[in-house]
Design a protein around this ligand. Sequence first.
Ligand code: NAP
Length: 465
Amino acid sequence: MAYASTNPATGEVVAQFDSINNATLDLLIERANDAFQSWKDRPIAERAAVVGRAGELMRERSEEFAKLITLEMGKLINEARGEVKLASAILRYYGKNGGEFLKPKPLQVPGGEASLVYAPLGALIGIEPWNFPLYQVVRFAAPNLVVGNTILLKHASINPQCALALEQVFLDAGAPEGVYTNVFIESDQVAHAIEHELVRGASLTGSDAAGRSVGEVAGRNTKKVVLELGGSDAFIVLDGENLERTIKAAVMGRMANTGQSCVASKRFIILESCFDAIRDGMKTAFEQLKPGDPTDESTTLGPLSSANAVKGLVEQIDDAVMKGATLITGGHKIDRRGNFLEATILTDVKPGMRAFHEELFGPVAVLYKVKDEDEAIALANDSPYGLGGSVFASDVERARRVADRVETGMVWINHPTSSLPNLPFGGIKQSGFGRELSDVGIHEFVNQKLICTLPPDGQLMGAGG
Ligand code: NAP
């Protein structure tokens, strides 16, 4: 029983599903390839209409989806509603704009004409995480379905019901059988799928360890891969103007999704002039968070996705404290049923402590005091990750200069890193490579094919090579 919905607020197992074996997986891959043969020849407008309709259906089923998300991974119900809204918006965005993004690009050629056309590749496998069970999937599936690729989707083993509900949305929107297929496979079967000759590419959103494993198999088999991995975003504060707003943003940046976001603000790098005020403000806000049932709208601190997630974070916190870090607040599992961890603030974190370089995937903020802008930038860049980040300052030009020197895929000024359908999303370094969303994301799994036309009696230019 590899796939199970376990309510993180209670520990109760509410549904279980068997994994399929490799022989069944092969049949589903063949079916995805068969579906590709006709899906790719449908007019783009028809494919885009199916994707847009999936977005409408998701919107109609908002409450059902939100409840499933909360049940399976513990997201606060209002945040779950927000995720459904964003996922539906992404589907509708590609439904509306996908055709435009895929228009051939005209190019110059002496004595003739040329264009770059965007042709689909075939069946792709997506491997997705539980932290945003809908949003992560549609970031990959929506653009690729418009392109004409077909999708095999291996979702996280803790949210099987979200996985099935997503598959149903695409079927109900009119995607023919085999165009979008949920596959309940174990993570060690992913290599088998990538190695299959009919699978033309792979995209993984998840931990850096999973990314390395998928990247290695894809590389060995010369398959295109996109990796959206972990992050340890810096939240740089350059001055104490708008203090209240900055503290509110810091709490939001760290605590959204109970801290389980790749682009959560994880390292707060604060100039010394305003360090104490921000630390105290965050401490007060963290201590006011109210743990409880995530389906109750008054709860402000939800459970983590699994008991293991709590255990792992407590180990990271203990390691830091044992090596000399200061615990400003929190630091412990909450003594109640379910996977609850106190909202935690650490200071005096130094190289050599796990919390300095590792990702803290939960409600744990690390605060650093720095003397100037250069020290802030050096610390922000002293990370194996390079996903997002943010800079807070009353002088927007100054913040912009700092943003230019931060080595990540995304930097937001005066707002924690966020996501919208039309903004490219992705990172560098151990955070992976490739981009999702916007017009950039739709061009990852396409054959950017050059077609060059010269007149039959035109002058010969010479062969290339
Ligand atoms: P994870 O353990 O890597 O799992 C993600 C997906 O990969 C799941 O479907 C998982 O399957 C599968 N998987 C795990 N190990 C694998 C392997 N060796 N080979 C193939 N597939 C494998 O990550 P997670 O703990 O669920 O998610 C949290 C991580 O994702 C964090 O590091 C977070 O920062 C990152 N993340 C990144 C982004 C981004 O856009 N950059 C967005 C969200 C999350 P099972 O569930 O069956 O193990």
